[in-house]
Design a protein around this ligand. Structure first.
Ligand SMILES: Nc1ncnc2c1ncn2[C@@H]1O[C@H](COP(=O)(O)OP(=O)(O)OP(=O)(O)O)[C@@H](O)[C@H]1O
Ligand SMILES: [Mg+2]
Length: 443
């Protein structure tokens, strides 16, 4: 497969000691951080084509250390300098220092880290920042776990290897796959997505690899599959755990040999695609149970991107709910312009089993139904028993009832039931196990 490494890196030389959050914020924005402790002798090596900026930490540096930093940076006159100061609010808590004046050429007042990151963007000579920014704007969130996730995504994007994206439903696995593609050198080429759980197993081979005319009844003409139409781009295989075993074998061939065979032909065709796969089921378990090929699992599981559940994203529920409402207001007339205090509290308490998708849906529905300017917890339909145990009991009961009713409607056919509930077949099996429903007995 094509080597698609980015040619240049972006590096911040941090004179001092960055905090863990500062490091992860920079990494999430695609910056490598190199720390230079002023008390230790150091040389600032620079590679042609890289973007290198200096960041002077006035919070931790003594006067004598600042002097040494001054000497080091003087050897690199062209290196842009930024300052982090104790107050970080533009006040004059930092004693006047010639180095600070040098930093102020970039910012008249010492900026906070977020402003600083925006300032750094303009300096990058890597992927145009505006473009990569747009891509990651689809994955909002400022919580630590999301910053780490975004930093990982940036690291993986340019490496031309498969990525396995894991996470609960609605956590943004598909959005992440698209971002990986767009940030990679394949970004301008096709991105083809398929939900392996939503296609009948008899059709999946033909969907993925295409078929020749007459390959099976109804195949009246040759048809290209997803892998051929995605040539030079990426294929996103959603719910990879649902891929039938024969299609798993064909997929292994793509990974090992870079070729496919259309159904009805044994002529290998070379394809150059990057495979991105997602699962919300435990693939390791599927391997143990013999439902998923171990060799394929190892091939796919090279780089792993874990999407955190919404309830673990500290502070992001508030940020996302505001943003979703703002977006909604630009497209639809609504009186709603914010949330009541108790609505915000209810959102914080709620476990969000459907994660970001559920939050988005509830906000949109509430924005339509709310009668006042502020959305209440009732508008969000979050007026549920406050007691956590009671809540999960109620949810579990509702889930069991829905599952039973859908199974009955689909005459206990798993695929039909999965389509009805808009989930994967694996999810149906998982829910049956969880609620101790014996399919054989029910049938
Ligand atoms: N961090 C985020 N910021 C903004 N929107 C998001 C974010 N994460 C997800 N979304 C939105 O939430 C919805 C669900 O995202 P997506 O389809 O990628 O989830 P998923 O993990 O693939 O879900 P499933 O497992 O059910 O397929 C989409 O509308 C997406 O745009
Ligand atoms: Mg998905």
């Amino acid at each position: 497969m094509a080597a698609t490494q980015m040619s240049s890196t972006r590096c911040v030389i941090w004179f001092g000691n960055p905090g863990a959050r500062e490091k992860v914020m920079l990494a999430a924005d695609g910056w490598h951080v190199r720390t230079v402790l002023p008390q230790q002798p150091a040389d600032i090596g620079m590679r042609g084509g890289d973007t290198v900026v200096g960041l002077i930490d006035f919070r931790t540096s003594s006067d004598s250390e600042l002097e040494r930093i001054g000497k080091l940076t003087a050897e690199h006159q062209h290196m842009p300098l930024f300052a982090i100061t104790p107050a970080n609010d533009g006040s004059h808590a930092t004693p006047q220092h010639p180095l600070l004046a040098a930093c102020r050429q970039q910012f008249p007042h010492p900026p906070d880290l977020k402003e600083l990151l925006r300032g750094l963007q303009g300096l990058s000579n890597e992927v145009p920042r505006a473009a990569s920014d747009d891509v990651l704007d689809t994955l909002l969130g400022e919580s630590e776990v999301m910053l780490v996730m975004r930093a990982t995504l940036r690291k993986y994007a340019p490496v031309d290897l498969p990525v396995l994206i894991t996470g609960e439903t609605g956590t943004g696995k598909e959005v992440a796959a698209h971002a990986l593609h767009r940030l990679s050198a394949r970004g301008g080429k096709p991105f083809q997505a398929i939900n392996c759980g939503a296609i009948p197993s008899t059709l999946i081979q033909s969907e993925l690899f295409g078929h020749e005319r007459g390959a099976f009844t109804g195949a009246s003409s040759r048809r290209l599959g997803l892998f051929e139409t995605a040539h030079n781009g990426s294929v996103f295989l959603d719910e990879i755990g649902d891929l039938p075993l024969d299609a798993q074998t064909s997929l292994l061939r793509v990974l090992q040999e870079g070729t496919i065979e259309r159904v009805g032909s044994n002529q290998p065709i070379a394809v150059d695609v990057r495979i991105l796969a997602a699962t919300h089921v435990d693939l390791e378990r599927a391997v143990e149970e013999g439902r998923f090929r171990r060799d394929l699992y190892y091939r796919l599981n090279v780089l792993r991107l874990a999407m955190p559940p919404l309830r673990k994203r500290d502070g992001d529920i508030e940020l996302l709910s505001r943003q979703f409402l703002r977006n909604f207001r630009t497209r639809h007339p609504t009186r709603a312009r914010g949330y009541t205090h108790e609505a915000r509290q209810a959102m914080e308490r709620f476990p969000w089993p459907g994660n970001v998708r559920e939050l988005l849906n509830r906000v949109q529905r509430a924005a339509i139904t709310a009668e006042g300017e502020l959305i209440s917890s009732a508008d969000l339909e979050l007026n549920l028993p406050a007691d956590g145990a009671q809540l999960s009991k109620a949810r579990s009961h509702a889930e069991r009832e829905t599952l039973l009713s859908c199974l009955q409607q689909s005459q206990y056919n798993i695929s039909a039931c999965a389509r009805l509930m808009k989930v994967s077949r694996v999810t149906i099996y998982r829910m049956c196990r969880k609620h101790q429903l014996e399919l054989e007995a029910l049938r």
